[in-house]
Design a protein around this ligand. Structure first.
Ligand code: PLP
Length: 390
């Protein structure tokens, strides 16, 4: 039995593969510092765990509404209205198992073979994977290091045409930590407002930023009807394994996502929705503490990277990734990432794991302890000091 042809076009996330290789080295007794995986190293705040336990005991163990419980959708709508400066109601909210389904379902619902999709490159690999899987045409937008990894707006203008059906934005961004400036979002909104396309705005890192709060394109005039806003609980509340997230989109698209949900998951787990409600309505100090700690690590880790020969790392404005330029080391991204894992015991990702325009960069997640991050810097320094490599 052969797999369907479309399966030859679906991609994957290298982070999980590198994790498996790192674990194999550990099984041989090697010590590896894990800077490859993109999830907070903090525990889920205890009041959220308590809410989930209570929900299980109270019997939130059955099917629920496909679109999500009304009170959670109300809370999400109020939260998005407050944080994005827009007014949305619960009818626009789809609760799903994680942020990823808000990439999967709306793309499945909207794209025909041959449709063009503009997406950031380097960027989250699932975008390109899904574009290819659906037979749509990937149109990569290189990000500009000198502009804090924002897009070149003139290039974007050139790439928009009558076949463009979707534009994907991600801010704060994985893997660069870039935040799209408000003025850029305004200019992008101008460019796309009268076009027959949807913007997928991936805002999963919306609460992890180190300057001004990131703006959402959904807040610009006329854009609410053209935007699929993706957010969730995985990164903000350290809930990656709970599998709960949401999308905010026009009601006609919510309806399509509901149909895809009925055909796949039926609904998001009921007790995790009670926990998510507690996350949104409860104390936020744990989030603030986590972000403050990420900032401390970012500053020290980027300084450390900049002290390594051939590394250049701008301080990212959001998320928890450092994306240093390593061209001056003389290594390709892939070779350097592989040798740092095998020979220095530091697991990171090649920039090319995020697309062809990631060549010349590495991605390090600083969701690891301050001590481990500093140790990683010293391991890389010692490895590079061997004359044949430095
Ligand atoms: N979008 C981006 C940019 C991400 O980096 C991730 C996770 O790494 C996701 C979406 C998926 O989030 P979730 O774990 O909630 O599905």
């Amino acid at each position: 039995m052969k797999l369907a042809e479309r399966m030859s076009r679906i991609g994957t996330e290298t982070a999980f593969e590198v994790l498996v290789r790192a674990r194999a080295l550990e099984a041989q007794g090697r010590k590896v510092i894990h800077l490859e995986i993109g999830e907070p190293d903090f525990a889920t705040p205890s009041h959220i765990i308590e809410a989930a336990k209570r929900a299980l005991e109270e019997g939130w163990t059955h099917y629920g509404p496909t679109q999500g419980y009304p009170d959670l959708r109300e809370a999400v709508a109020a939260y998005i209205s407050r944080t994005r400066g827009i007014r949305v109601g619960p009818e626009r909210v789809a609760v799903v198992p994680g942020g990823k389904p808000i990439i999967f379902f709306p793309m499945l619902a909207l794209l025909e073979p041959g449709d063009e999709v503009i997406y950031p490159n380097p960027g989250f690999p699932i975008y390109e994977s899904m574009i290819r899987f659906l037979g749509a045409v990937p149109v990569p937008m290189p990000l500009v290091e000198e502009r804090g990894f924002a897009m070149d707006l003139n290039l974007l203008r050139d790439r928009l045409n009558d076949r463009t059906r979707m534009l994907i934005l991600n801010s704060p961004q994985n893997p660069t930590g870039g935040v799209i400036p408000r003025e850029d979002l305004g200019a992008i909104a101008e460019m796309v407002r009268d076009r027959d396309l949807m913007v997928l705005s991936d805002e999963i890192y919306s609460r992890i930023y180190y300057g001004e709060p990131p703006a959402s394109i959904a807040g610009f005039p006329g854009m609410l009807e053209k935007t699929i806003l993706l957010d969730g609980f995985s990164k903000t509340y350290a809930m990656t394994g709970w599998r709960i997230g949401y999308g905010v989109m026009p009601p006609w698209l919510v309806e399509a996502v509901n149909k895809l949900m009925v055909n796949s998951n039926s609904c998001t787990a009921s007790f995790t929705q009670r926990a998510a409600l507690a996350a949104l309505n409860g104390p936020q100090e744990d989030v603030d503490r986590m972000v403050a700690e990420f900032r401390r690590r970012r500053d020290a880790f980027c300084d450390g990277l900049n002290s390594l020969p051939g590394f250049r790392c701008a301080r990212p404005h959001g998320a928890f990734y450092a994306f240093p330029n390593i061209e001056a080391t003389g290594f390709s991204s892939r070779e350097l990432a592989e040798r740092l894992l095998e020979e220095a015991g530091v697991a990171c990702l090649s920039g090319t794991a995020f697309g062809a325009y990631g060549e010349g960069y590495l991605r390090f997640s600083y969701a690891n302890s301050y001590e481990n991050l500093m140790q990683a810097i010293e391991r890389i320094r010692a490895w590079m000091a061997v004359p044949a490599r430095g």
